[in-house]
Design a protein around this ligand. Structure first.
Ligand SMILES: Nc1ncnc2c1ncn2[C@@H]1O[C@H](COP(=O)(O)OP(=O)(O)O)[C@@H](O)[C@H]1O
Ligand SMILES: O=C(OP(=O)(O)O)[C@H](O)COP(=O)(O)O
Ligand SMILES: [Mg+2]
Length: 396
């Protein structure tokens, strides 16, 4: 058992909380604030107990460099509105420095502050010990409430735990309890839907899911690596060429395990990712060489709807297309509506972008559990130990 917030006295303490504020953006506009909203119980609890809160998060993938459009400024503003109090944004491109440590030292009991995007420094993703130690100087206690990042082993969620007493936050506790509970002895048929754009990250998960689920439906950019692996043309679609063997092995294993691995049978293709661009729907074996797949087609929507009928447990991560553009959103919203109508089913939808799609479709009340983690919830489902959780202190 890991230590939780209830195991600490926060009075007069500085508390460094790793949150997952990796929210979907349109320019500097936050298109879905679910991850911020779900961090509020932990923040409010610690403030209520007389602690000072210092928040840290990544945003996007700036790859160790300062990228203005990925500054956490807009997030600090949104958090201020949600908390109805000022959130001090301590914006240093180096994330932590003498000045940041000094500014944090000046915070008062009950203050809430946010430091800059941890991925602005290359040391973050290397889980660099020196960077982790610098971060730890900001506080007396470390709390991990970044469920969506808990499958990563980075300095701000794993490294830092070595230098401070540590606890899990309420969000991580709640997510793990719900997801593990639902998938331990799942009501069957159990169906997983995997899509989105993080193909190289998530394709390995599929093989491990084969021993857990009855059906796997593959959508989004993930589909093209599987198509290409079978020798089909995929045009300019997003493909992971070094994962073709893995895709072939996964399809073989699905056969051996008797798991129905379902791929889309038609796609909406276009020349580029742009609203209003010419688009056409083609069968899976007729992809034009100069166009890219950006959504699933009508036949696939029907096929997936059928495959989901009667499902009693469904886990979905990764949109079926580039749903941010209405031209390529039909497949994602169709799947959302099918899941929303399933009777007596436990439905879990996870991932920063998938949750944004669910909210946009207006069906969030019909889903059993909306998870802040995409990759994290899939890895939990695989039965993996998540490093961000594992690194927290055990209860005595
Ligand atoms: N065919 C496709 N080509 C390119 N991008 C896609 C395609 N289908 C889905 N996407 C993109 O995938 C992104 C989400 O992927 P991902 O981050 O893996 O999901 P989540 O955040 O739900 O875990 C969305 O921004 C969407 O536009
Ligand atoms: O958005 C996230 O994951 P998700 O897209 O799987 O939901 C997390 O913040 C992790 O981000 P990362 O995949 O860049 O490490
Ligand atoms: Mg995402």
């Amino acid at each position: 058992m890991k230590k939780t917030l209830k195991d600490f006295d926060f009075k007069g303490k500085k508390v460094l909380i790793r949150v997952d504020f990796n929210v979907p953006l349109d320019g500097d506009k936050i298109t879905n604030d679910d991850r911020i909203v779900k961090s509020l119980p932990t923040i409010k609890y610690i403030v209520g107990k007389g602690g000072t809160v210092i928040l840290m998060s990544h945003l996007g993938r700036p790859k160790g460099q300062y990228v203005e459009s990925l500054s956490l400024g807009p997030v600090a503003k949104r958090l201020s509105e949600l908390l109805n109090c000022e959130v001090k944004f301590i914006a240093d491109k180096k994330v932590v420095s003498e000045e940041v440590i000094r500014a944090v030292g000046n915070l008062k009991e009950g203050d809430v502050a946010l430091i800059e995007n941890t991925r602005f420094v290359a040391e973050e993703e290397k889980n660099d010990d020196g960077f982790a130690k610098e971060l730890s100087k900001l506080a007396d206690i470390y709390v991990n409430d970044a469920f969506g990042t808990s499958h990563r082993a980075h300095a701000s969620n794993v490294g830092v735990s070595k230098y401070l007493p540590s606890a899990l936050g309420f969000l991580v506790e709640k997510e793990v309890e719900y997801i593990q509970g639902a998938v331990e002895n799942p009501k069957r048929p159990f169906v997983a839907i995997v899509g989105g754009a993080k193909v190289s990250d998530k394709i390995g998960v599929i093989e491990n899911l084969l021993t857990k689920v009855d059906k796997i439906i593959i959508v989004g950019a993930m589909a093209y690596t599987f198509l290409k692996a079978q020798g089909y043309e995929v045009g300019t679609s997003l493909v992971e060429d070094d994962k073709l063997d893995l895709a072939r092995e996964t399809m073989e294993k699905a056969k051996e395990e008797g798991v129905n691995l379902i791929l889309p049978v038609d796609f909406v293709v276009a020349g580029e990712i742009k609203e209003g661009i010419n688009k056409v729907t083609v069968d899976f074996d007729k992809m034009p060489v100069d166009l890219m797949g950006l959504d699933i087609g009508e036949k696939s929507i029907e096929l997936i709807d059928e495959a989901l009928q009667g499902a009693k447990t469904v886990i979905w991560n990764g949109p079926a297309g580039v749903f941010e553009l209405s031209d390529f959103s039909k497949g994602t919203f169709a799947i959302a509506n099918t899941i929303a109508k399933l009777k007596d089913a436990t439905t879990i939808v996870g991932g920063g972008d998938s949750v944004a799609a669910i909210k946009q479709a207006g069906i969030e009340d019909e889903i059993s559990h909306i998870s802040t983690g995409g990759g994290a919830s899939l890895e939990l489902l695989e039965g993996k130990v998540l490093p961000g959780i594992d690194s927290i202190e055990d209860k005595e």
